[in-house]
Every structure is written in C-alpha cells, then in structure tokens.
Design a protein around this ligand. Structure first.
Ligand code: ARG
Length: 582
C-alpha cells in the first residue's frame, strides 16, 4: 500500500499543477504543529520566490484545488502554509485497506532480495553469557524485520568453532585422559559414538585450559593441536565432532529459550575450506602483500580520519585469523546465496575489525561493488549501577541465569497479583519475562550502552514490554467479550481519540521502513509505545462494550481489533508474544 504521506503529496502536486505552478513544490510533511494540523505543505513559500508573488496567494489557489472530501481541514494560512487534517472518510478507507490486505498492506520493499544476517556469534564449548544477549535479540529482530518487509533473510549464527579454543580443549583432554583412542596416532578403528564428556564437563574444561594459556609448554601444545586439527588429524577431528555435537545441542536449547532461531548453523570451520584458494588468489593478484613475515591487505584510504591498520590475512606462523575467516565466509556466502546485503550484529568494539574486513573484501572483489556490507555495533549492557555486569563473585553472568532471575522476579508478581490460575503461572510468567528483557534492551538505540534494571523493565506501567502486553491483553479481553469481530469493517472515527488512534495505526509501514534503514529496533518500540498510549486513551474516553448503538460499537471493536493485530505483529518482530491474561 502506498504510504499516506506519498498519497497526499501526490494529490498536493496535482493541485499545484492545476493551479498553474510547478508540481515539485507540492511536498507534504508531517506537521510540526500537531495542535494546528496533522500534515502541512510549505511549498508555496518556495514557489513564491520563483513566481514572484505573495506565498499566501499561491497557497490559497492550491488549497482551492484539493479534493475537499479528503480533509477535515485544508487551509491556507499566513504567510503561506497549507495546513491539513485528514477526513474521517479518508482514514477509514485507508485503515479498511490495511485491515483487509495481507500484512496490513505494508509494502514489501525487499521482494526478490536476499540478505544474510550474521548474529549470535556464540562460541562452541563456552556457555552463553550476558554478552550474548544483545547480538541474539537485536539480530533476531532485524532479521524478522527484513523478513516482514519481504526480504529472503538468512540468519547465520557464525559459531566460533575453529580457533585456538578447540586446541585448548584437545590439549587439556590429552593431559587428563591420554589413554583415549583419539590421541593414539596408530588407531585405525571406529571411534566411540558417545563423547567422552558432557556439556557440563566442557564448561569446566574450557576455562581451565584457557587459564593455562600463560604456561608456554601448554600453550605450545594447544597451538599444535589447533594446527593438527585444521590439517585434518583423524582423532582430533573426531574429538572436534564430539565437542560440536554436545555443545551445539546445548546452544540450540538456549537460543530456543530466547525464541531466537537461525536458518543456518554455520561456523568458522565451514569457512576453512575456502581459505587456501582465497589466500593464494590474493597473493597472486598483489591484493595481499608481505609485511614482517605476515601477509596483509593494506586498507587505508586517502581521507581516513583515524589510523587504519592493514587487514592481516596470514600470520607469520602461517595461521589464519579472525579476519581471514570472515573474508572466507563472505566468499562462501556470495557463492551460495549471492546476497544483496550482509549485516553483522556484534559488539561495537569490533568496529575496526569489520571496517578492515569490508574494505579488504571490496578491494579483493569478494563482493560486488553494489553489495551492501553493514556492521551494527551495539553498546554494552551494564548493571543497574552503570558498572559492567558481574556476578557476586566477580565472574561473568550466564545468560541462563539472567533469564532465570528475570523469570523469578516476574513470577513473584504474577503469583502475588493472582493474575492467572495456578496451572498458567509458568507460561504467563515466561511471556512477561521475555517481553521485559527484550523490550528493555531493544527500546534503546543499539549503539548506546544501557543499564539493566529488572524492576524498571518488568514494571506493568511506563515504557516497558509488560505495559505493551498489558494493552494487548486488555483489547483481547474486550474482543472476547464482544464475540466474533474479525470481519467488522473499519468506520469513520467517532471521536478525536479514535482519530488519533487511527492516525497512529497508519504509521506502521513508514515506521518499519525507517527501523530497517537505520537498523534501529528502538523505533519500533517507540511506535508501539505511542500506539498503546492511543489505545488506552481511546479506551478510557469511550464506552466501548456498553455503547448502545450497535453500529457504532461494531466500529469501535473493529478499530481496537486492528490496533491489537498491529501491536501483535510488532511484538512478533521484536521477538516476544502476549499471554491471554495479565
Ligand atoms: N564469535 C565471535 C565473538 O565471540 C563473534 C562472531 C561475530 N561474527 C562474525 N562474522 N565475526 O566475538
């Protein structure tokens, strides 16, 4: 569906033409004086210079040409503005179209385009910790947003499953259980089906091994194991398979709990086969040059304001690093999916890394000149006091624990307020907790740091996830008391509160598009907060179910029903859902 602003701009341009002026002056904007009007056109002021006459004269002549039925107000005011208020008929017509078209008639700007969203970024053999919350929920939201706007969006978790961390685990296992067949180079039989460790073991083995990195002998052993693993040593590959299987199952479970789902579970290891040919090619074409024994890609450009070190492709010891993997992953993505765009969601401390990788990829022609590469670098989630989030003993908080804490907090409220029957407590609690957690995060501009404040995020009032859910639940209850409502048509607004609500609903498409363009889920949060406010105002000012005029009542119900559907669509994009009662 065409956006309202575009529709009325077109009509305004026709009016300028009809009045004998250049149509280009007919641009309409959202009013910056909402007390006076909803939309305005200032084109007469600029036109006056060209036509050498008073702007008000032009504004009046243009206003004359506008179709009166579209507006409750369409007035030329000094010095030459045209103020507009849409008519109830126009709005009802537009909303009825939104109600009946698929996905509210939102324009599918991504039709036929593919985007890869690289988010999550979990590391195998390490439990998810609070640092993984933001990439998971911001990435999932952006992916769902792209999907809703028509893109073929491929979410790829890009597991950290190939580097030194694997060598560290293998080296540590070797010290603990050298008799295992995986370490016997002469072993030619079948390796056991079962892994020699559980995920809980791994979660202890990895940090123990990692803490031993400072020990030169152990460190050498781990590096050696990494190298041999990458070169294909059979026993190590088998061990690696076990690590992957045990760890990925656990990661999947944890991401599932967050309602975060990846289309692809690829990792750094999947990029490995692309590295040799890519490096060879870059060396041959002089894209990579030698520097102190390493191969690097110079990526500094004229006009750089900050220092831009070269992108390291191969270290002096011959090993590939993080950037190498990201470049090779791009080779794979272009080859397999040929995306229009690749979007990375990571901590903003990786800004430089991605700048280097993007430049190197362009320089080497790994992506097409028109392929968009974007890095959404997000800020840190701190504790309530603004300091880095730590457990009581100074460790890193597990994501599972954070979710459990929020869930416990919400459950107490749900039980105390006797919101639902006992057997529904868990489901309702889980939904509210998820909304509190995700909205609390997503309502912030992604690049900014924010403080995690459980009480504030979980409050049922204010700009919070639970408040949005509460609004949806309130409408659901009205609708269920009314009965069948799905086919009721939208009517003209019966009061100013209805009109305000209708105007808010029309902003769905423009909001989602802006959020996508700016990679800013916070715009969706701000939108539904405004929309929920309009719904609640309408609810307080209008007798809905007790209205005696059945036609009027049906109109109210149709309107709040549409508002509910829009709110639910938006929270689906934000990755949470509403309970039946609250
Ligand atoms: N595993 C990485 C980390 O823990 C994040 C991966 C992000 N994605 C990427 N393509 N580099 O920092």
């Amino acid at each position: 569906m065409e956006k309202i602003l575009d529709i009325i701009t077109e009509k305004m341009q026709q009016a300028f033409s009809a009045a004998g002026y250049d149509a280009a002056f007919g641009r309409v904007t959202v009013s910056n004086r909402p007390d006076l009007c909803e939309y305005q056109c200032n084109g007469a002021l600029a036109a006056a210079k060209q036509y050498k006459c008073a702007p008000i004269q032009i504004a009046k002549a243009v206003a004359e040409q506008l179709e009166k039925g579209d507006y409750d107000l369409c007035e030329a005011v000094m010095p030459g503005f045209i103020n507009l208020k849409l008519s109830g008929a126009f709005l009802a017509n537009y909303l009825e179209q939104m109600r009946t078209e698929e996905d509210f008639g939102v324009e599918k700007i991504g039709a036929g385009k593919t985007i890869v969203v690289d988010y999550g970024g979990a590391n195998v053999a390490k439990p998810l910790h609070i640092g993984h919350l933001r990439p998971a929920i911001i990435g999932e939201t952006l992916k769902r947003l792209y999907k809703f706007l028509g893109y073929n969006a491929i979410g790829d978790v890009h597991l950290g499953d190939w580097g030194l961390q694997m060598g560290l685990i293998i080296a540590e296992l070797h010290e603990r259980e050298p008799e295992l067949p995986y370490f016997d180079e002469g072993f030619t039989g079948e390796y056991p089906e079962e892994a020699p460790f559980t995920v809980t073991d791994l979660e202890e083995i990895y940090p123990t091994a990692s803490a031993k990195k400072a020990d030169p002998e152990f460190s050498h052993k781990a590096h050696q194991a990494t190298l041999e693993l990458q070169q294909g040593r059979r026993g190590y590959r088998a061990l690696w398979q076990h690590i992957m299987k045990v760890s990925v199952a656990d990661l999947k479970k944890n991401y599932d709990n967050l309602d975060v789902h990846f289309e692809k579970w690829l990792g750094e290891s999947d990029a490995d086969p692309y590295i040799p040919a890519m490096v060879e090619d870059m060396k041959n074409r002089g894209i990579a040059v030698q520097s102190e024994g390493a191969w690097v890609i110079p990526v500094a450009e004229e006009g750089d304001k900050k220092e831009m070190p070269p992108c390291i492709l191969v270290k002096s010891d011959g090993s590939a690093i993080y950037a190498t993997t990201d470049l090779a992953t791009l080779v794979q993505r272009m080859q397999d999916w040929n995306p229009e765009k690749v979007l990375y969601v990571t901590d903003k401390r990786q800004n430089l890394h991605f700048e280097q990788v993007f430049r190197a990829a362009r320089k080497a022609g790994i992506v097409k000149p028109e392929t968009e590469l974007e890095h959404v670098g997000f800020g840190t989630m701190n504790g309530k006091d603004g300091k880095p989030f730590k457990t009581r003993d100074g460790g890193v908080l597990r994501l599972e624990q954070l979710i459990a804490d929020m869930t416990d907090f919400v459950r107490t409220k749900v039980v105390e307020n006797q919101i639902v029957a006992e057997n529904e407590v868990e489901e309702t609690t889980a939904k509210i907790a998820m909304a509190a957690l995700k909205y609390g995060d997503l309502s912030n501009q992604p690049t900014k740091d924010y403080n995690f404040d459980m009480e504030r995020f979980a409050a049922f009032e204010g700009n919070t996830g639970p408040y949005i859910l509460y609004t949806i639940v309130r409408i659901k209850s009205i609708l269920s008391r009314y009965g069948a409502w799905e086919n009721l048509p939208i009517q003209e607004p019966a009061n100013p509160f209805a009109k305000e609500l209708m105007i808010a609903i029309t902003k769905l498409g423009p909001t989602l598009e802006s959020a996508l363009r700016a990679s800013a889920p916070n715009l969706i949060c701000a939108y539904i907060y405004e929309l929920a406010g309009c719904v609640n105002k309408f609810y307080h000012e209008t007798r809905i179910l007790s209205e005696e005029d059945e036609t009027l009542k049906a109109g109210y119900i149709a309107l709040v029903g549409l508002a509910k559907n829009v709110l639910e669509q938006c929270i689906h994009i934000l990755g949470f859902s509403a309970p039946e009662k609250m």
